[in-house]
Design a protein around this ligand. Structure first.
Ligand SMILES: Cc1cc2nc3c(=O)[nH]c(=O)nc-3n(C[C@H](O)[C@H](O)[C@H](O)COP(=O)(O)OP(=O)(O)OC[C@H]3O[C@@H](n4cnc5c(N)ncnc54)[C@H](O)[C@@H]3O)c2cc1C
Length: 497
């Protein structure tokens, strides 16, 4: 099959809808439900991009006579990596960088895991050569399956909050956190919940643990990795309140089109067939799965490209506001726009450095450099909050005084046109622009983005700790030590002056 069209995506979603619940009701058809239909069609548009004649060569690649999405490409050279990055960027621009979990993100994950599938073969519960329990073979096949069908994947890594002072096994019920209940001939039965899966309007869900599990026999039932269709029996997604309010895109330019949704995932004794199991009971392997296959780096590479696109959107919007209201001569206004430029250039430089420092990994995959990507995924969550704040500071009351499209067509239309025009734009143009700034920075959609940017790659506190642990600081300590030793002698001579 290979790269699908938007229509194929929608048909598949309609025929096999994920088990979604919104506002107490089951969503029987996400392509028509008011809370999900616009997002479903936006995703379809993203799939259609890969068939546009001018983008086809960038967004897809050919293998054995078949075309696949570039995000599934196994990079063997730095040129391959650069092409993948450019494709990520073009696809990110489709939603101005505001679609956090477009399919590319998980495609990068399954690509790295699929090529590095031997990692899963080392799992203590894997049976080499067994057509169903050979986890390496399962992972390899799964990558092929996802790529062949151009599937859209969601994923859920963290357990419900409940009590972060306790381990999963110490909760009031041992199956609040997702755990294995039993093995059967067909597979494993899992029970419990996962806290968050963005983009539940998907074909399949990938489940891995992200929290570091401690080694002991009891906790090993929480160590697992598997994939399932989003309509597997017993699996349900409880969606949060929708941010697509059904408004005209001119009024809610982002929320009306790109509410990717976030869902709480409930596994009510769900059967995971053996062929879909990639990891089981092996705490050490589970804890290191993302690093062990380098999936984390390929995902982070998608992310750095996405964040470049998003920061470019902030810069463009900020400068358009400045142009519209003629505030560009004020020094502090220039300084605020310059702040966005600095963030953008840092992210672009980290992307370039990730490719420049890329090396083939043990599986022959050209892997972007870890240092710049770790810097990007720690830096951006720390600075993101300033971007919406800068839009607010530049737009001021303009970001709240925004009559809607219906208002502009109503009885006060002529007055709105007169009083809400901009120095360099009509009222219609100005209000569309300010509505975008509001949706980026202040609406419920924009507010969720601010939370998303803080946590999308994990808890920033623990990410910093992880960086502290892995970063080789010793050469710098030694340099300081050498300097101090050198400095000692001349200082001793001069000290008696
Ligand atoms: C909008 C949004 C979308 C998301 N999408 C996805 C998704 O698609 N898939 C997915 O798997 N996850 C997703 N996440 C979840 C994300 O991975 C988590 O938010 C992140 O890992 C933090 O975990 P938590 O939310 O459970 O916070 P908690 O772990 O509950 O942390 C809450 C607070 O307690 C502190 N804390 C808790 N435990 C510790 C500790 N051991 N050490 C130090 N401090 C601690 C934290 O620093 C934080 O301040 C999403 C999150 C958001 C907000």
């Amino acid at each position: 099959m290979g790269a699908i069209t938007g229509q194929e995506f929608l048909d598949r979603l309609r025929q096999n809808p994920p088990t979604l619940y919104i506002d107490g009701q089951r969503v029987t058809d996400p392509t028509t439900h008011p809370a999900t239909r616009n997002m479903a069609h936006s995703l379809a548009g993203l799939y259609d991009l890969q068939h546009q004649p001018e983008l086809r060569d960038l967004l897809t690649f050919e293998e054995n006579g078949q075309r696949y999405a570039t995000s599934f490409m196994v990079p063997r050279t730095k040129e391959d990596l650069a092409k993948i990055g450019e494709a990520h960027r073009v696809r990110a621009n489709y939603a101005l960088g505001f679609l956090g979990r477009a399919p590319d993100y998980m495609n990068a994950n399954v690509m790295a895991a699929g090529v590095g599938a031997d990692y899963f073969g080392a799992c203590s519960a894997s049976v080499k050569g067994d057509p169903r329990r050979d986890f390496a073979a399962n992972m390899r096949r799964y990558f092929e399956f996802v790529r062949e069908n151009d599937l859209c994947l969601t994923h859920a890594l963290t357990n419900p909050q409940v009590n972060r002072a306790k381990q999963a096994s110490e909760m009031p019920d041992p199956y609040i956190a997702l755990g294995v209940v039993e093995e059967t001939e067909e597979g494993v039965i899992v029970r419990g919940a996962r806290m968050m899966a963005t983009l539940p309007i998907a074909d399949e869900i990938l489940v891995f643990p992200s929290t570091v599990l401690k080694e002991n026999a009891d906790k090993s039932k929480y160590a697992m990795g598997f994939a399932l269709p989003c309509n597997a029996p017993g699996l349900s997604f409880q969606c949060r309140e929708p941010f697509d309010l059904g408004r005209d895109p001119e009024d809610h330019p982002l929320g009306s089109r790109f509410d990717e949704q976030d869902a709480f995932v409930i596994f009510d004794d769900v059967l995971v067939p053996w062929e879909r199991v990639f990891l089981l009971y092996d705490v050490e392997l589970a804890n290191k799965a993302y690093a062990g296959t380098d999936a984390v780096l390929h995902m982070a590479y998608q992310v750095v490209n996405l964040k470049v696109a998003k920061t470019e959107a902030f810069l463009g919007t900020a400068q358009a506001i400045v142009n519209a209201i003629g505030s560009g001569q004020f020094q502090h206004v220039q300084s605020k726009v310059a702040e966005i430029i600095v963030t953008l250039e840092i992210m672009k430089a980290l992307e370039v450095a990730a490719v420049a420092g890329a090396q083939p990994n043990g599986y022959g995959v050209m892997t972007p450099a870890r240092g710049p990507l770790d810097a990007a995924r720690n830096y951006y969550p720390a600075v993101y909050a300033r971007l919406p704040e800068l839009l607010q500071l530049l737009g001021a009351s303009g970001i709240i005084m925004m009559p809607s499209k219906a208002d502009r067509e109503g009885p006060l239309g002529p007055q709105i046109q007169k009083y809400l025009q901009a120095g360099a734009a009509s009222a219609d143009e100005r209000l569309k622009l300010f509505r975008l700034a509001w949706d980026m920075s202040m609406s419920s959609f924009g507010g969720r983005q601010s939370l998303y940017e803080k946590f999308f790659f994990g808890d920033p506190v623990r990410m910093h700790s992880a960086l502290y642990e892995v970063y080789n600081k010793q050469p710098y300590v030694e340099r300081i030590q050498a300097f101090l030793n050198q400095a000692g002698a001349p200082q001793a001579v001069a000290a008696d002056d």
